[in-house]
Write a protein that binds this ligand. Structure first.
Ligand SMILES: NC(=O)c1ccc[n+]([C@@H]2O[C@H](COP(=O)([O-])OP(=O)(O)OC[C@H]3O[C@@H](n4cnc5c(N)ncnc54)[C@H](O)[C@@H]3O)[C@@H](O)[C@H]2O)c1
Length: 425
């Protein structure tokens, strides 16, 4: 049957013998651009795949040339992958975005030619959570201001308006991957933790859900935001919400730039209602480090400004390398599309003693009827059959007896509705 998962194969202590696959592992070509982390390189090497790397993004013509021969392409955020480039990629099986966003890829075009795209949306969760905890203490002690004063040669030793965080209440808006991590860490500091989420969430430790945003705002000494960008979260914290926060409380936003109305925030800190804020994300952010930056919050007391670095740590980069490389290896070896951003999701274990056929097809009526006719005509025994679809394509996965698997694969490949077909054994 197909090779083991990437995790097994990459494990140095793993003694599992890799069985042959329909596409021998040393024929699988991986092209990694933009200095992708070493953790990913080690995983592909351990798997026995061929590996080419480049430190930067490629010019469009060079990409089109190099992509022709490649089975797996790994990029980060700068390499644009338009639909036109995918037309040249007849061997391409999958794309890995070794980052959080996938805007640089024409996801629809990739879907239409049967190429799943993977990313790593949660690899930097812990990094963001740690920054937020650091900011809770830094705001309570006015650390940002004290540090800049001393850099300017001003010694200002004060205790007025500076607090311990033990016993204070942290209110978390959005109790997902990051919000819940922040809740766990905050309790370790002796804080009380409340959260508000539109979905029902299992509380960690003694974290307690509240019924409304207003209840959270009025009952918290610190409010930290961990919601996605959406219509509902645009300007979610504005003048009215700031008025309903406790006097002397603090606001932290490391989620998305449009969640907070920064002009109202600046106003409420200057008026003394809010005691400080830490902001990592902005409605518009510079594209390059060399571009200038302006915000209403510059020069406002006890405001910590950071340039969208919440998830930027060495550990997060390594975790992104691992997460995306494992997903790509698993897709090559088993056809699992779990976590793909543009593809129907399929992740079921391979059955010993069978061959697996993967068929991406147009999602039009009659496909399964034609597939089942082929199976009936060839008198093949199917052990498992799953078809998952989105609005454009269907992804059919079949585990079947070995004897006639190649005949089935060839017949499926010939169906006019088929986009991509491959066999794993
Ligand atoms: N600063 C950075 O560098 C950085 C890094 C990673 C993620 N982020 C951002 O952090 C945010 C949270 O990321 P995550 O991984 O925890 O996401 P997540 O999807 O795991 O959690 C988001 C939570 O918000 C909840 N939610 C959605 N709409 C809501 C609303 N209107 N009111 C209350 N709750 C709502 C969801 O139900 C979910 O539980 C995202 O916006 C993400 O883009 C920032």
């Amino acid at each position: 049957m197909v090779g083991p998962s990437g995790r097994q194969a990459a494990d140095a202590n793993c003694t599992v013998k890799l069985p042959a696959t329909s596409l021998p592992k040393d024929n699988v070509k991986v092209l990694l651009l933009e200095n992708i982390n070493q953790t990913a390189i080690e995983i592909f090497k351990a798997e026995g795949f061929q590996l080419e790397t480049a430190s930067g993004a490629l010019a469009p013509e060079e990409l089109e040339e190099r992509i022709k021969d490649v089975h797996v392409l790994g990029i980060r955020s700068k390499m644009q992958l338009p639909g036109s480039a995918l037309q040249h990629a007849s061997k391409l099986l999958a794309v890995g975005c070794f980052c959080i966003g996938t805007n640089q890829v024409d996801l629809e075009a990739a879907n239409a030619v049967g190429i799943p795209v993977f990313n790593a949306p949660f690899s930097n969760t812990r990094s963001v959570a740690e920054l937020v905890i650091c900011e809770v203490i830094a705001l309570a002690r006015q650390l940002g201001d004290r540090s800049s004063e001393l850099h300017r040669g001003t010694w200002k030793k004060v205790s007025k308006g500076c607090y311990e965080v033990r016993g204070k209440t942290l209110g978390i808006v959005g109790y997902g991957h990051i919000g819940s991590q922040v809740g766990v860490l905050a309790e370790m500091l002796g804080m009380k933790v409340k959260f508000f989420d539109i979905a029902s969430k299992m509380p960690m430790g003694n974290n307690a859900p509240v019924e409304s945003l207003k209840e959270l705002l009025s009952g918290s000494d610190f409010v930290t935001l961990h919601v996605p960008a959406s219509e509902a979260t645009t300007n979610m914290i504005s003048r009215w919400e700031l008025m309903h926060m406790r006097k002397g409380s603090y606001l932290i936003n490391a989620s998305r730039g449009q969640v907070v109305d920064l002009a109202s925030l600046a106003e409420s800190i200057k008026s003394g209602r809010i005691a400080g804020a830490a902001v990592d994300v902005y409605p518009t952010e510079p594209e390059k480090n060399s571009d200038g930056f302006q915000t209403e919050l510059q020069g406002v007391p006890n405001v910590i400004l950071t340039p969208h670095i919440g998830g930027s740590t060495e550990e997060a980069q390594a975790a992104i390398g691992r997460e995306v490389a494992y997903a790509l290896v698993k897709y090559v070896n088993t056809g699992s599309t779990a976590g793909a951003v543009n593809f129907p999701q399929m992740d079921f274990p391979t059955l010993p003693g069978s061959h697996r056929i993967l068929n991406v097809h147009q999602n039009v009526p009659g496909v399964l009827k034609n597939v089942n006719n082929i199976i009936a005509d060839l008198n093949v025994n199917i052990k498992a059959q799953v078809n998952v679809t989105d609005s454009n394509i269907g992804y059919l996965v079949m585990d079947l007896e070995k004897d006639l698997s190649h005949e089935v694969e060839a017949a499926l490949r010939d169906l006019p509705t088929s986009i991509k077909t491959r066999i794993l054994y």
